[in-house]
Design a protein around this ligand. Structure first.
Ligand code: SF4
Ligand code: SF4
Length: 665
């Protein structure tokens, strides 16, 4: 006969306003097997926990149900209290009568009756429960950081500085990301490359960091503390260990007119190239699609001129497997493309802005490259069409952002500030020029941000027009921008020499595929989802995987760096232990009944099910059955629901427990 204790919490008034908690406690006291029931104002408080502990020993309870909030909030609290009183913690469960009852109902009578039913269910579950012991797994104290922009670099350096090995993977030929493309950064106007490149060099020289550029994550297996990650190292066609970075191959390459992606297609590069002068590593890569040697088998100039013989046309993609205990995802963002209407996407294009048909309509990143001393114009603001200095520039904010009808309803967060910065950079370089900005709101929440924005308006004389542009079109050398000033209530028409669009920040291409490999969730925009928006902003729901930077949502540099350091701190916390304790709520296969159909293996979202051979004493194969790796199992129960022979069960959610719960109603 069980001796269950039931503790009903008022949660201040959160529960008691809608649920008659005394009535729920009285009803619980009458359930068969319940030896003690009471209600209390705040069960999670110290006195509440002490009440639970005291009742366990005084009433010799062998199971506990706390009817309160969500187990996500306080399951640990009450299991700890039960354990301190000498009870197996897994014989303490919560009945959620707040989120599942008081918060979603108004009728007190019905809510009270539902709360009593929820309590009854949980009492039956605890009655059929058994003592469980936590699972311990070893921790590999080595981290993988995916993405070599400022977020990945910061996370990698922090973890490496703490004495742990880090594998940093970047899919481009160099680390640096978007920050290496920027000219100056708000709100201090310091040179982006000047503050970024020392960090890139630190990564290259750090004894604890192994850098793999031009590489991608191919496959991820394992679980927190024990991941096996397969990396694909794309063929660079240049042997990194032999290359001295002299650059002679690039000067001799006859294919010199390839648009340079780093300059947003406005500068030119050769077929063998490094993306930008401060690239790390400074080893060139051959762009095979544009290389004459790869396309026609003729040329081979770079191999001929390379002294150390580093050029290798035969090089192939190779794969390696890295054992790591934690993963930081820092894959960054891309900008909404104005060049083409997105295909197969709910996001619609901006026909009114020309889809890139007007050469002097550019995006913010292109403006950054024009303003950068290392950019295609050497830092001069010149029109792409004819190289003339623009005297009237129109900046348009919120292109793609905050436009539900176009498919993106979120704010890209950085455009107000970088547009203000662009107007300043323009004014500093073209003293007799005039900047106009079409904007909906000025969102400037950050230290020194509002002052910076005011400076753009008040000191740098940018004309801000509150309203959106309805249309723009080419008229001779000019671009006519038509819009409305909703503050004054008039239509505005400006003949501009250059138009700069503050395009929306979007998730990187392939973000969804990477999420599927990692087993992490993502939102409808393909930004990665944190475990809890407020309380777990850098953790994923998948244990051991952390988020840093704009892969989670639009972010500026200070926020990105802060989140990267926070993710690194989480990794270090994980690495401070040699062993991890995991919840024992995992699936177990009854090998006697398992028929080896492996339906469970196909449905397990965690990849926890393996095949196991059962052999007789002579070593003959008797049958193949499913085996659930307890370290990997996430306890979702999908296999239990799928198994046709009912031979897999989840500890803590056995068929017997679930049937008892159903029958109690
Ligand atoms: S689904 Fe069931 S029977 Fe089939 S392999 Fe898995 S555990 Fe065995
Ligand atoms: S409960 Fe079953 S399906 Fe879910 S993670 Fe564990 S093994 Fe996979």
């Amino acid at each position: 006969m069980s001796r269950i204790g039931v503790f009903v919490c008022h949660c201040g008034e959160n529960i008691s306003r809608t649920v008659d908690v005394e009535q729920v406690a009285r009803a619980a006291g009458k359930i068969s097997g319940v030896a003690y029931a009471c209600d209390y104002k705040y069960m999670c408080s110290d006195p509440g926990q002490n009440l639970l502990k005291k009742a366990v020993s005084e009433h010799k309870l062998d199971g506990v149900v706390v009817a309160a909030c969500s187990p996500r909030m306080h399951e640990k609290t009450f299991r700890k209290a039960a354990s301190a009183a000498g009870l197996n913690p897994y014989l303490c469960d919560m009945a959620n009568i707040r989120e599942h009852c008081s918060w979603v109902h108004e009728d007190k009578k019905l809510a009270t009756s539902k709360a009593s039913d929820i309590v009854k269910l949980m009492v039956e579950r605890v009655k059929k429960g058994k003592s469980l012991a936590p699972i311990t797994v070893p921790v590999t104290k080595r981290a993988l950081v995916i993405g070599g922009g400022i977020a990945g670099i910061q996370a990698a350096l922090d973890i490496a500085d703490a004495g742990h090995q880090v594998v940093l993977v970047e899919r481009e030929p160099s680390i640096g990301g978007h920050m290496a493309q920027l000219s100056e950064t708000f709100p201090t106007l310091d040179c982006s490359q000047c503050i970024m490149t020392p960090k890139m060099v630190d990564v290259a020289n750090h004894p604890n960091i192994t850098l793999h550029t031009f590489s991608e994550v191919e496959k991820v297996e394992g679980y927190i503390g024990n991941f096996q990650v397969t990396l694909k190292h794309k063929a660079r066609s240049v042997n990194e260990s032999k290359c001295t970075g002299c650059g002679i191959c690039m000067t001799k390459c006859p294919k010199k007119k390839i648009p340079n992606e780093f300059d947003q297609g406005h500068g030119l590069r050769t077929a063998i190239y490094v993306p930008f002068p401060q690239a790390v590593p400074n080893t060139p890569v051959i762009d095979r699609e544009n290389c004459t040697m790869f396309q026609s088998g003729k040329c081979g100039v770079c191999a001929k001129v390379c002294g150390p013989g580093a050029v290798d046309y035969q090089q192939e993609d190779r794969f390696s497997v890295e054992a790591v205990g934690a993963v930081v995802v820092a894959t960054g963002f891309k900008l909404y493309s104005i060049d083409r209407k997105p295909e197969d996407s709910p996001i619609q294009g901006y026909g009114e802005f020309g889809y890139g048909a007007i050469p002097d309509v550019i995006d913010g990143m292109t403006f950054e490259r024009l303003a950068s001393a290392s950019g295609p114009t050497g830092g001069k603001i010149l029109r792409p069409s004819d190289g003339k200095e623009p005297k009237q520039v129109v900046f348009i904010q919120c292109v793609g952002s905050r436009a539900r009808e176009k498919g993106i309803s979120y704010c890209s967060k950085v455009c107000c500030m970088y547009t203000a910065k662009h107007t300043m950079l323009y004014h500093h370089k073209v003293h007799d020029g005039q900047a106009y900005v079409f904007f909906m709101d000025a969102r400037t929440p950050g230290k020194g941000y509002d002052e910076f924005w005011r400076r753009a308006v008040e000191e740098e004389e940018a004309v801000y027009i509150r309203g959106m542009v309805s249309r723009l079109y080419q008229k001779g050398e000019k671009i006519v921008v038509m819009g409305s000033d909703i503050q004054v209530g008039v239509q505005v028409e400006i003949e501009a020499d250059l138009v700069v669009l503050a395009t929306a920040v979007q998730a990187q291409d392939g973000a969804d595929q990477l999420a599927q490999k990692l087993g992490i969730s993502y939102d409808k925009y393909n930004f990665y989802s944190e475990a809890h928006a407020k309380l777990k902003p850098v953790e994923c729901a998948t244990a051991g995987i952390y988020l840093a930077g704009a892969c989670q949502g639009p972010k500026d540099i200070p926020d990105t760096v802060s989140q990267a350091s926070a993710a690194a701190a989480k990794v270090m916390t994980l690495f401070s232990k040699d062993q991890l304790e995991r919840d024992p709520v995992v699936a177990k296969v009854n090998e006697k009944y398992c028929v080896g159909c492996l339906a469970c293996k196909k449905v397990c979202p965690y990849g926890a099910v393996e095949e196991k051979e059962i052999r007789d004493r002579q070593g003959n194969l008797v049958k193949v059955v499913a085996y659930v790796n307890p370290g990997v199992c996430g306890g979702c129960g999908t296999c239990q629901a799928t198994c046709p022979s009912k031979s897999v069960e989840l500890d803590g959610y056995t068929d017997e427990q679930i049937m008892a719960m159903i029958e109690s109603l």
